[in-house]
Design a protein around this ligand. Structure first.
Ligand SMILES: *Cc1c(COP(=O)(O)O)cnc(C)c1O
Length: 479
């Protein structure tokens, strides 16, 4: 099936011309920057340094493109923050929000009430998710989703009479959000350092990062198996009677788009089953088509007990997160009295209506299918062809429309740069100046474009990435 962006009903009007742009703007770039610096603290930022250089002000977006307040047109290789799966400017989502705000802008689901949007969304998720996932709990973000996961896991084992099962095992360099629980589950050392206190009973094992951490002559498959077996060792150390769950992203997103070899997840699943431990897949990035499957655990071929959802659930148009419960977990929660957890906006009607419109687009426009059979394979091949034997690209990971490009001093010897983070920043700045959004995580460059991207736009991203990476190599004096 061919796909043309012209067929898509984008919100009108979009006037990319710089002059029209400036006319619509309330303030000049300099004014925006001054006010931003004066009053706004950004997430995960060094504000002193950012305020001195000034933020880029993004004012508009359409399809896979963003426009800044100076009229520059930027191609978004990151789908916002891994979330704008259906692309920008989709009228269907805007209409769903507008209609729902007029009909019923808010009502809670705490006190024996419900409403049509949350009912429709739950039924639709049950249809789209793998067969055993038929129940969903809602929140506003991925972080809250993982907080919710901890509540469900705890309640589940309480209903089974196994009160000692309290430990949750997670991974170093995993990302599970930035609430205290999300941050504790995550394995980002720099986040742990700034936490006032941590959630108890969370421990970490090593990540399946072959390029960066494999020693000796292990193949990727042997290495991934060894890393999975760390889970078994950790369970035996703590005692299986004390371990409640293992949580992991099917592929690590923020950690650098780290794709484990095919041996990893089947072994993790075997170990979880053997010791009666719940297996949680954090699908916040992997969910809703990123790998070409609806959920990333389907790409890796395993069956979790709980899935955390957010980002692509609404394509980022409004905030929403959720947890999907496997039937066996759902049954225990449903049949055992009160579950004492909820958020004012659990199942928010506007968010739910937008999620329904978003999921219907992903399904009915066959966006996920196209990622699997057409644009995904094209993107992966294009990257691999373009960077084959590149002097500073060590590996390319990914599937569908997500990829990680490892910067390396000596790719063949798997030798990383001693100052990898700085090299990543140099490369990111070249991308930024070339009007490509590509993220740097340490020494890995990440791409995760909107799933509606077409082949011409993929070519543009890859060409701009090549330009930035070549310029980085040149600046480092490597050719
Ligand atoms: C982004 C992310 C989260 C956190 O989601 P927020 O909506 O930012 O709270 C959790 N897990 C993964 C895998 C993520 O990528």
């Amino acid at each position: 099936m061919s796909y043309r962006t012209e067929e898509v009903a984008y919100v009108q009007p979009a006037q990319p011309a710089a002059a029209a742009q400036a006319a619509q703007q309330q303030r000049s770039t300099a004014e925006y920057r001054a006010l931003d610096a004066a009053h706004h603290i950004h997430p995960f930022s060094d504000m002193g340094s950012l305020n001195r250089s000034g933020s880029r002000v993004i004012v508009k977006a359409q399809g896979v493109y963003l426009w800044d307040s100076d009229g520059n047109k930027i191609i978004d290789g990151m789908a916002g923050l891994w979330c704008v799966n259906v692309g920008y400017g989709r009228k269907e989502l805007a209409d769903a929000a507008y209609r729902q705000m007029q009909e019923l802008p808010f009502y809670n689901t705490f006190f024996k009430t419900t409403h049509p949007p949350v009912i429709e969304l739950s039924a639709l998720l049950a249809e789209l998710a793998p067969e055993p996932f038929n129940h969903f709990f809602y929140c506003n973000s991925g972080s809250e989703g993982n907080d919710t996961v901890l509540r469900i896991v705890h309640q589940y084992w309480a209903t089974q009479g196994k009160h000692s099962k309290k430990f949750v095992i997670s991974r170093k360099n995993g990302y599970h959000g930035s609430t205290i629980a999300g941050g504790t589950l995550g394995g980002m050392g720099y986040m742990h350092e700034q936490m006032p206190s941590k959630v108890e009973n969370i421990v970490h094992i090593d990540q399946p990062y072959f390029f960066g951490e494999a020693e000796g002559n292990l193949t990727p498959e042997e290495f991934a198996l060894a890393r999975a077996q760390q889970l078994e060792a950790k369970i035996l150390e703590i005692g299986a009677d004390n371990v409640a769950a293992f949580i992991g992203e099917p592929f690590q997103g923020a950690g650098g788009v780290i794709f484990p070899a095919s041996t990893y997840w089947p072994e993790i699943q075997r170990i979880c089953r053997k010791y009666d431990i719940l297996l949680v897949a954090d699908e916040v990035i992997g969910g809703f088509g990123r790998t070409g499957e609806w959920f990333a655990h389907q790409h890796f071929g395993f069956e979790p007990d709980l899935i955390t959802l957010a980002k692509g659930l609404t394509s980022g148009y409004v905030p929403m997160g959720a947890v999907g419960l496997h039937d066996r977990v759902a049954k225990a929660i449903i049949e055992n009295g009160d579950f004492n957890h909820g958020l004012t906006y659990s199942g928010h009607p506007v968010a739910a209506a937008v999620a329904v419109a978003n999921l219907k687009l992903l399904r009915d426009d066959k966006i996920v299918e196209r990622v699997k059979t057409d644009t995904g394979p094209y993107f992966q091949k294009k990257l691999r062809d373009t960077f084959a034997n590149h002097p500073i690209i060590g590996e390319i990971s990914g599937a569908g429309l997500v990829a990680g490009l490892q910067l390396a001093e000596d790719p063949k010897a798997r030798k990383r740069f001693a100052n990898g983070g700085e090299v990543g920043t140099i490369c990111r700045d070249f991308c930024f100046n070339g009007n490509l959004i590509m993220r740097a995580t340490g020494d890995r460059m990440l791409l995760s474009p909107p799933l509606v991207i077409n082949k011409l736009e993929i070519d543009e991203i890859v060409a701009k990435a090549k330009y930035a990476i070549d310029a980085t190599a040149q600046q480092l004096g490597i050719s």
